[in-house]
Ligand binder design. Sequence first.
Ligand code: MG
Length: 384
Amino acid sequence: MIIHLDADAFFASVEQAEHPELRGKAMAVGGRQRGIIASATYEARKWGVYTPMPSARAMQVCPHLIIVRGDFSKYRVYSERMFGFAEQLTPWIERASIDEGYFDVGGNRQISPRAAAEALQQRIAMELGITVSLGIGINKLISQIASKLRKPNAIVEVPAGTERGFLAPLGSHWLPGVGTILGARLRAVGLHFIAQVAEAPLEFLAQVAGNYAAQLQLYSRGIDPRPLDIDPCDAKSYGMQETFEGNVTDKAFVLGTLITMADELMSKVRRDLKAIRTVTITLRYSDMSDVTHGITLPTPTDLETDVYPLLPRLIRETWSRRASLRLAGLRLTNIVDPNIQGELLLDPMDAKRFKQKQAAHLLDAMRARSLPIMRAHSLPRHRE
Ligand SMILES: [Mg+2]
């Protein structure tokens, strides 16, 4: 059995835990003026405040909203302690984000999953003063939906073998990858509930969901083979590399590969609430010799859009021989805790940065729901 933990309105709850006068109030963590809302209490959500929403808009829908500037170093401490409690129950933990994680307690014979979830919820409430919701199920899909079903401060257990019955009455938007657009298309053809998605002929589903249909139907039947991705959050660097099918001589292709890697890696940097300063690329020639070049930025960043302009220059400097390539890699190092740059993260300095930040947040949110999403520059590569 897998347990999924999801803190309730995490940043806002931490502020309420530290400032009791904020309890029960419509409040949010975010940037003022041109900033965005990063987390909103359930009281604020009743007024239509959601994340990520421009703070100015939030003040329009909820004029008495209290906006508190975020302190990421503080949230990291709470997150570390929360996962620390979980580590006392099991070493098998996947941190999906700062406030969400999956735990496999199957190896711990001292405690049932239900008792583990209860113990964790109580300990977090007592020691940190915040509430979390937990879902228990046979896989990531079931445990994640279960944790979000009755928020806040809930535990929902789905006994093994009852997955289909559990999912059946839920709206199809609960399935991973079903956002506004796919959700509307499913409803338009009458697939309002997960049971209907599970029973629909695959060819019919494919007309709505394209090549995502088969995966979607497996999810709708409660099937999810994804393993836990156990990787430590205190990474010293973020890196990826790709070996090409054949020898590559096309600069645009190499650039596209590195840009796509920058998207994926920066999403992880943001997930860990870090920022990076150094961008390094490695290219391998067809004679198997490696060349590496890096650039260090004057200020840390957690945006891929700050990495893009460096890449053509790094490729020029690194790919100096007239030889074809076998491999390209990207590494982000000089990891910093951006608490000093908290301003930069929550209260963007200019309108362009604000838009970039907003786009990055939206992409992260869609990736978190396993939506097959990519920036337009990845398309040419993807079509091949
Ligand atoms: Mg949460």
